[in-house]
Design a protein around this ligand. Structure first.
Ligand SMILES: Nc1ncnc2c1ncn2[C@@H]1O[C@H](COP(=O)(O)OP(=O)(O)OP(=O)(O)O)[C@@H](O)[C@H]1O
Ligand SMILES: [Mg+2]
Length: 615
């Protein structure tokens, strides 16, 4: 027999606890809400203190607008907010808008709030325990607000069980705070846990703030690392009322996970699939599938074009027109990266120099270029970067860095006429080593180019340019070549016949399970037709039938470029080497191959001198 059904309105304490279940998942979510309130209140300094990772104690202190005692009493009630003056949910300009955070947090903790409005001569405080509100009492407090949260989740033991170790919880808190700090360089942020400063970010100095971009980059590099500061390009693009700003790392500054991608919509940190997908799309041409760029992008959207009220923690948004946003991001990133030309990140040479160290036995620390390489201001755990970073990059660099001059295939050529190295960023070719690497002298150091990777990239870019202009130029084969690809492969290639012809590859079915190739893209020169056609057949199988090749043009161009003839192992004349260097300088994206590996390494004289302990 079932219990009699009694329909009733739940007491407000319970209602708040249910809301808290969604809004306050762990200490980090409470801190995020409280810090957002401080930002909304116009604070210049925000300081957070934790004990036991926030489980036993959280304090958030700000110097913002503060509240009068009657406001304070309302603020902790459910659905009380000062942030929706016109009841207009389509025009949200603050981080908060629901009037839920304070009552939710207060319902599951022992909660104290003290506040003094700017200009008032006294402060007031209010205590709430497990949702039961006390009376406002006079208190001592400077202008601004202080919220203390003790024994979080004491009222909801089930939630308490899910908390992790204090260290883990405090690192979540730090992560949430850093994201907010990235969007607000004018505000100073400090986080202390068990008397240790995890974050100490001063507010940007006024002269930097006047040049908004620089203040932002300063804050970003304090948080994301100095390498990011030195190896990122500025983004600034508009489209139909949307504006995208921020910084994007050069492709050679890549990481094994996407967690160094910070995305903001109207000042709000979000984790959004659409935005992340657009970033991936913009970089896909330059990075292997398992490598990820570092970016911090700030999207300013017209408030009516974006719905921020879709997620309890407000970390997701919905766009009314996803196409505009995607197009803006992809276009802006591609343009900015193209403008970076042949630039490869300095981390490449730092990693190369790092790779030299074990061989020399010389252990003095090598300074990272572009700053001290540390996280003085950001309070990033010290194990985070730069060591791990240098090591990841070294996977790519290690084989390149072990130069054995004088090995059998090393070949030294003195240039006939002396060309001034200073005129060219990539210098003047001096030698080819192992029939694979071109060594060039610049006025400040040495450049080592991987000739195959560089050539592949140049061909790839030329294919794309031709494709966008008047089509890829083709060259007829003297002897058409038959390639066996199996019945499925042959069928797939036949279906794509017209599309492939546009890309410069003319083929047709030839008997059962084979195709005959008649023309190839002229820029590819001599190429491995068998390998190319088989790879293409495989790729088409992976792609399925619904996508047009145009949508995958980057990948297809990459496959085409990959089968050109100037592989490593070909001797080049000095003229050919110099021509390659000049083409690289003139070609966008030539600093990295299609997988985000660098096409060249530059070692500055100063670095080399340090290597020998001369500096
Ligand atoms: N640090 C603060 N300084 C000044 N006023 C504050 C502060 N924190 C909260 N308030 C006031 O209390 C109100 C309630 O805060 P609360 O965080 O519960 O809701 P909200 O910020 O309006 O919306 P949301 O639930 O989306 O965060 C705010 O609207 C604001 O007026
Ligand atoms: Mg709030």
């Amino acid at each position: 027999m079932s219990a009699p059904r009694i329909l009733r309105r739940l007491p407000s304490t319970l209602v708040n606890r249910i809301a808290a279940g969604e809004v306050v998942e762990r200490p980090a979510s409470a801190v995020k809400e409280l810090v957002e309130n401080a930002i909304d209140a116009g604070a210049r300094r925000i300081a957070v203190t934790l004990k036991e990772g926030g489980r036993s104690f959280i304090a958030v202190v700000d110097d913002g607008a503060g509240m009068a005692p009657d406001e304070m009493a309302l603020a902790v009630e459910r659905h009380c907010t000062s942030k929706l003056p016109d009841d207009d949910l389509t025009d949200i300009r603050t981080l908060g808008f629901r009037g839920e955070a304070l009552p939710s947090i207060a319902s599951v903790s022992r909660f104290t709030i003290a506040s003094r409005p700017a200009g008032a001569d006294s402060a007031w405080s209010l205590e709430i325990e497990g949702g039961a509100k006390g009376e406002a009492r006079p208190a001592a407090h400077p202008a601004g607000t202080r919220v203390e949260v003790r024994d979080l989740f004491f009222a909801t033991p089930a939630r308490l069980k899910f908390l992790k170790e204090p260290r883990t919880e405090s690192s979540h808190v730090a992560d949430a705070m850093r994201r907010l700090a990235m969007a607000h360089p004018a505000i100073a942020f400090r986080l202390e846990s068990e008397e240790r400063a995890l974050i100490d970010l001063p507010s940007a100095n006024p002269s930097l703030l006047a040049k908004g971009d620089e203040a932002r980059l300063e804050r970003l590099s304090a948080i994301m690392g100095r390498e990011f500061g030195g190896n990122a390009v500025a983004i600034d693009a508009n489209r139909e009322g949307f504006r995208l700003t921020g910084f994007a790392g050069l492709p050679t500054l890549n990481r094994p996970t996407g967690q160094h991608q910070y995305l903001f919509v109207n000042g709000r940190p979000v984790r959004d699939k659409l935005l992340a997908g657009a970033v991936r799309g913009a970089y896909q041409d330059f990075l292997a599938r398992d490598r990820h760029p570092m970016v911090a992008l700030f999207l300013d959207a017209p408030t009516e074009m974006v719905d921020v009220n879709v997620h309890p923690a407000k970390t997701e948004v919905r766009f009314r027109d996803a196409g505009i946003v995607r197009g803006l991001i992809v276009g802006a990133l591609r343009n900015a990266l193209a403008a970076a030309g042949h630039r490869a990140s300095t981390t490449v040479s730092d990693a190369a120099l790092g790779a030299f160290r074990p061989h020399t036995g010389y252990t003095a620390p090598l300074p990272m270029r572009g700053g001290n390489g540390g996280f003085a201001g950001g309070g990033m755990p010290s194990s985070f970067v730069p060591r791990g970073l240098a090591e990841t990059a070294m996977q790519f660099m290690a084989p390149h860095a072990t130069l054995e001059v004088g090995a059998p295939s090393a070949r030294v050529e003195m240039p006939s006429g002396e060309i001034a190295a200073g005129n060219f960023p990539l210098g003047v070719a001096r030698a080819q080593l192992h029939e694979t690497y071109i060594v060039a002298q610049t006025d400040q150091g040495v450049v080592i180019v991987d000739q195959h990777a560089a050539h592949e990239r140049l061909v790839h870019e030329r294919l794309k340019t031709q494709l966008q202009a008047d089509g890829v130029k083709r060259q007829a084969l003297l002897l058409p070549e038959v390639v066996e690809v199996g019945e499925d492969g042959a069928r797939r290639l036949a279906v794509r016949q017209a599309e492939l012809a546009e890309l410069g590859l003319v083929l047709e079915p030839f008997g059962l399970g084979a195709v005959v190739v008649r023309e190839t893209p002229a820029v590819l020169g001599e190429l491995d037709i068998q390998g190319l056609v088989r790879d293409l057949a495989d790729e088409l199988a992976e792609m399925g039938d619904h996508l047009s090749l145009k949508e995958k043009v980057e990948e297809v161009c990459g496959t085409l470029a990959c089968h050109t003839s100037v592989r490593s192992g070909r001797r080049l004349t000095v003229e050919e080497m110099n021509a390659l260097l000049r083409q690289m300088e003139a070609t966008p994206h030539s600093g990295q191959c299609n997988h985000g590996r660098p096409t060249y390494v530059e070692l500055k004289l100063a670095d080399i001198e340090r290597l020998f302990g001369r500096r």
